[in-house]
Design a protein around this ligand. Structure first.
Ligand SMILES: Cc1cc2nc3c(=O)[nH]c(=O)nc-3n(C[C@H](O)[C@H](O)[C@H](O)COP(=O)(O)O)c2cc1C
Length: 325
């Protein structure tokens, strides 16, 4: 597997964990890391919130040493606040500072950030310039291919990123208007990768090893990002690595491996946040691990009503009992 560089940071191989709000928190990242992500992104965090908000928001960007290399992703549209925030993330120890310009969820519209910022390229340029000047660590940006098919801004933004000294760009191959409908357009991602000298990371619809291999071998990208494909499925990382090296599929994870990871995830959640909050934070992940398995709908429903660690552990054991015997 080919390594590449983001600025002065060596990324050991091309398989990267995508930023995902309410999913890729520190616990999830520590679960995923041993499976083999070469770089992991935090979920997006508001620069205004980090500078002016409550202390609690800092939980979104804190990470453990074992997670490195970590890219902290921030959003905002004020050159001053974004650069101040970038500096704070550098001081916190981020390996990479990433600017979110790809999300168009309602809270982004309210603050004209995320994908909305790509509709005003001169403001975006000022934000990028000030962030670049504020820190020494590598700086990256994540965009959609454009706002809509008539405004494919990823080409201009990639060029701008290269000129301004950004160290990589990630492109999700859909427009903002598309949301998650249709298919990610990897041809456009490839065209950008062939146009600029900085690494381009591709994002969109990598849910199995064959697709990962196909995108990496047929395009000029340096890395692929795994988003929805890793939810409840950290095994996708070794599956892709194995396929890239041997061109064969790894067998699917055994039920006991799934059960072990679920119990570990629960334990880490409780260790980090205490029993009540830890269970609240972890419960949805537990239901994702069993998706597609026999009785998973019943398990999901049952878990919603449980608020105690022993009961949840028992329910997990009950769920897996017929699968293990
Ligand atoms: C639940 C969820 C939350 C997301 N949150 C973020 C985010 O915080 N920052 C970001 O840049 N992209 C976010 N994305 C977009 C993903 O990083 C990724 O680009 C997109 O899902 C396409 O990749 P996939 O098909 O592998 O999921 C999110 C996607 C999902 C499904």
């Amino acid at each position: 597997m080919k390594s590449f560089w983001i600025g002065n940071l060596k990324i050991e191989h091309p398989i990267i964990l995508a930023p995902m709000e309410h999913v890729t928190n520190s616990i999830f990242r520590r679960i995923v890391k041993p499976f083999g992500a070469s770089l992991m992104f935090t979920e997006f965090c508001s620069s205004d919130g980090l500078i002016y908000g409550k202390e609690k928001i800092w939980e979104m960007v804190r990470f453990h040493e074992s997670e490195r290399p970590v890219a902290i992703q921030i959003f905002g549209n004020s050159p001053k606040i974004m650069s101040e925030c970038a500096k704070k993330m550098e001081d916190l120890g981020a390996d990479i500072l990433d600017i979110n310009c790809g999300c168009s969820v309602p809270k982004m519209e309210k603050c004209q950030s995320g994908a909305y910022l790509t509709r005003d390229l001169s403001l975006l340029k000022r934000v990028m310039e000030s962030v670049r000047k504020a820190v020494q660590i590598p700086v990256t940006i994540k965009v959609r291919k454009g706002w809509d098919e008539n405004h494919l801004t990823c080409f201009d933004i990639a060029k701008m990123a290269e000129i301004l000294g950004f160290n990589a760009i990630t492109i999700h191959g859909r427009t903002s208007v598309q949301g998650y409908t249709g298919k990610a357009d990897w041809e456009t991602i490839d065209q950008v990768a062939r146009m600029v000298k900085i690494p381009v990371i591709g994002s969109g619809d990598i849910t199995n090893a064959e697709t990962a291999f196909e995108k990496l071998s047929r395009t000029a990208i340096s890395g692929i990002m795994i988003g929805r494909g890793v939810i409840g499925n950290p095994w996708i990382f070794p599956e892709i690595s194995y396929y890239l090296e041997k061109k064969r599929n790894l067998p699917a994870p055994l039920p006991q491996e799934k059960m072990k990871i679920m119990l570990k995830h629960l334990e880490m959640g409780i260790e980090e946040y205490g029993e009540t909050e830890g269970i609240l934070q972890t419960r949805r992940h537990l239901t994702w691990y069993v998706k597609g398995l026999h009785n998973s709908t019943y398990f999901r429903g049952k878990l919603q009503s449980l608020t105690n660690r022993n009961e949840i552990e028992e329910e997990i054991a009950k769920f897996f009992f017929p699968l293990l015997n």
